[in-house]
Each structure stands twice: as C-alpha cells, then as structure tokens.
Design a protein around this ligand. Structure first.
Ligand code: F6P
Length: 361
C-alpha cells in the first residue's frame, strides 16, 4: 500500500550473551527514528516464528535496556524450523509454517541476531524467500567474515577476572588451578582470556595437547620456585591421542553435542603424573551472563544501526560484519558453513609463546 509504514522483525536465536538487548535497541531506535518503520519482536528465537508469537516494539520498550544482559525477546538454542520436534517426538520440516507466520506478521524484513546455527537457518529461510539480514553474536567468536561478534568481549572480561581470582588462591595453596572456559570447537575465548589472565598453559581445540608436556611445564615451574600453575582450558580441548569430552547430548538441538569435563580429566592426569594438588573450576554459563562491556555495547549498536539501514534499502541476504574497525555487509552465504578457528600461525599465539606460555605441545 503506498505510503504505508514498513515493518521490520527482530529475533535473537541461539545461546544468549551480553549485548543482545543493546542490538535490539539499536535496530528498533534506528527503525523508528530514522525510517519511520514499525518494529516487531519475535519471541524466543525461531520458536516464536514457528509458533507465531510476537510483540510490537515501541521506542519506550527499548529505552533503558542498553546495559542489560540477556535478551528481553527470549532466545532458543534448539528451535529450528527445518528440524522441529513435534508432539509425537518426530522431527519435521515446518519452515513453510514459519514463513506463513512471517507473512501473516506483514513483515518487510527480518533481522536475526545469532551465531553459526542461527545464521545457517537464516540463510536457508532467505533462500526460501524471506527478506533476511544477519547480525553476528556469540561468546565463541567463531563466525567467519567478522573480526568480532557481540558477546565475546564481555565473556572475555568475565573469564579474565575469574583467572585473576584463581591466581591468588593458587599462590596461597601452591596448587595447580585449571579453569575450563566455553567456546565449543574454537579456542578464541581460552586463548584471549588465557593471555589476558597470564595463564601458564593454554589448551585449545585446535592444538591437541601432550599431557607429558603439560606436566613438564608444571614441574619446571615448581623447580623454579613458582609453586603454582594456572591452566586455561577450552571446553573443546583434547589430548593428541584422544577425543573431546562430551558432557551431554541434547537431541532436539541444532548441534546436539554439549562439551564439558575436559578440565577434570586433565586435573586427574596431572595429579597422577606429578603428585601436585590440582583443582578445577568450570566457568560455565557465567560467561554468558551479566552486563555487556562497553566494546559489546558499541559493536551491537553499530551492527544494529547498519543492519537497519540495509533493511530500509531492501538489501537482504546479508550479514553485518566488523573488518578493520569498519562495519561492512557480506553475503550470508559467505558467513555460514565452516566456523572460524584459531590457527597455530595466529599472531596472538606467537606473542603468547614469546612470553613463555605453553600450549601443551
Ligand atoms: O555457543 C555458545 C555456547 O555458550 C558454547 O560456548 C557452549 O558450548 C554452548 O553454547 C552451551 O550451550 P547450552 O547453553 O545449551 O548449555
């Protein structure tokens, strides 16, 4: 209808993280203030799209939420319109139903804030005719094409502060302290928090470790009078002759594997081999909670405003990314599929090695 307002939808998919509310706020404020659009929030990620649950978002609704953790829209890291568990416990493709709901909501476009799983689904919906734009978020920082994702910096601060706290108690009790951090199949969070927190040994999924080398480092430190050691271990780490440790399987999740437990395995091995008292802290979902860092608030705002501009120009099938401190738009197709993993040649690894950090090899 000529002159009628455009309607833009927002959903937050996958595991939550700090900075999602800042992203929603940026999209909604830009849409309302600059493009005179109506804004619709889809509840609980793709589940809301499947079940037709949504709400209208006003300027007032997004006022005062910049610093709030979580997502006021709710999220789901299981919902997938292409693989939906029905009441008879069978998987069904309900993407047509999701698209019908999108049309019934009279949306001109949908902005999906999500990680690898969410953006994969977004790309499939785009190929089926939905006007989609992606905004990258994940504490794992494992999305291709972008140098940063919403949530990573805040999780990095949480993990670094935890390592700092472990340092003092490790020193008092002359213990080996292991901290297991999240990150799934990518070691960015372990690498960056390990470097920022001065971890003596950092173990990553991308660099399978040799437990003998790990123990050598711990024992050498003891001989030098450093009677404690800090190990920062990514949940996806594995020994060079072994596998990742799976904590549980969640069958209706897009990626059913939940990692966890490698820290305890390494602690048992270290105690057995060195005789040194070892303790484990699993940081878990604390990394996804709390307020977003200033960096994440700014990134979410920049991603949000840019994604809204793309929507107003009808430039769909894109994801906003950060490259050399510039916000760019790249094809969704290029951003999904493989994840971005740490390379042994990464300059951050080189710096860490230069200051004596071991990677267990
Ligand atoms: O992808 C984000 C993440 O927090 C991973 O680092 C972690 O492996 C996973 O999600 C945990 O998922 P859940 O919230 O289902 O336990």
């Amino acid at each position: 209808m000529p002159g009628s307002k455009k309607r833009i939808g927002i959903l937050t998919g996958g595991g939550d993280c700090p900075g999602l509310n800042a992203g929603i706020r940026a999209i909604a404020k830009t849409a309302i203030l600059n493009y005179n659009m109506e804004v619709i929030g889809i509840k609980d990620g793709f589940l809301g799209l499947i079940e037709n649950r949504f709400l209208s978002i006003s300027y007032e609704d997004v006022s005062g939420i910049l610093a709030l953790g979580g997502t006021f829209l709710g999220a789901s890291n299981k919902a997938n319109p292409f693989r939906h568990l029905d009441y008879k416990d069978r998987f069904k493709d309900v993407s047509n139903r999701a698209i019908e709901n999108y049309r019934a909501m009279k949306l001109d476009g949908l902005i999906c804030i999500g990680g690898d799983g969410t953006l994969n689904i977004a790309y499939k919906l785009y190929k089926k005719g939905v006007n989609l734009i992606g905004v990258p978020k994940t504490i794992d920082n494992d999305l291709r094409q972008t140098e940063a994702t919403i949530g990573f910096d805040s999780a990095l601060i949480t993990a670094t502060q935890a390592i700092d706290k472990l340092h003092t108690t490790a020193q008092s009790h002359h213990r080996v302290m292991i901290i297991e951090v999240m990150g799934r199949y990518a070691g960015w969070l372990a690498l960056y928090s390990g470097l920022a927190g001065g971890g003596d040994i950092i173990l990553l999924p991308e660099i399978p470790y040799d437990i003998k080398k790990v123990c050598e480092v711990v024992l050498k430190r003891n001989q030098r009078g450093k009677r404690f050691s800090i190990l920062v271990v990514s949940e996806g780490s594995r020994p060079k002759d072994g596998d990742m440790v799976v904590r549980k399987m969640i069958k209706d999740s897009t990626d059913p594997i939940r990692l966890g437990g490698i820290g305890s395995k390494i602690a048992d091995d270290i105690e057995k081999i060195t005789g040194l008292e070892t303790r484990v802290t699993v940081l878990g979902h604390l990394q996804r909670g709390g307020e977003p860092s200033p960096f994440d608030r700014i990134l979410a705002t920049r991603f949000g405003t840019e994604s809204c501009e793309l929507a107003s120009n009808g430039d769909f099938g894109k994801v906003v990314v950060l490259k050399s401190n510039q916000i760019k738009a790249v094809d969704l197709k290029k951003a999904v599929g493989d994840i971005k993993r740490v390379s042994l040649k990464d300059p951050v690894i080189k710096s860490a090695m230069a200051v004596g950090t071991s990677f267990g090899i």
